[in-house]
Write a protein that binds this ligand. Structure first.
Ligand SMILES: [Zn+2]
Length: 85
């Protein structure tokens, strides 16, 4: 993996992102993508809020929902946003 992350790659890394297990290199590219992609930034913010609302769990104990579910939500969001393709 090199260069900028795609939205799909970012979503695939979301659980690691919230677990804090991304390597600094990947984390930097992750942040870079978010900085340039309002949709992903919004998605991350939404997830972060959701994790906070789950509340009773410490953030590092939160089981991130199955990646499939995340990817499904992402596709759903994409179609709602009318992003196409
Ligand atoms: Zn993106």
């Amino acid at each position: 993996m090199s260069g900028n992350l795609t939205c799909k790659e970012l979503v695939a890394l979301i659980s690691e992102y919230f677990e804090g297990t991304l390597t600094p290199d990947v984390r930097a590219r992750f942040d870079e993508h978010i900085a340039g992609c309002g949709n992903c930034a919004g998605y991350i913010a939404q997830l972060r809020t959701t994790i906070r609302l789950v509340g009773t769990l410490r953030e590092d104990d939160v089981e991130i929902p199955a990646r499939e579910a995340l990817l499904g939500a992402f596709r759903d969001w994409k179609s709602r946003a009318g992003a196409g393709s």
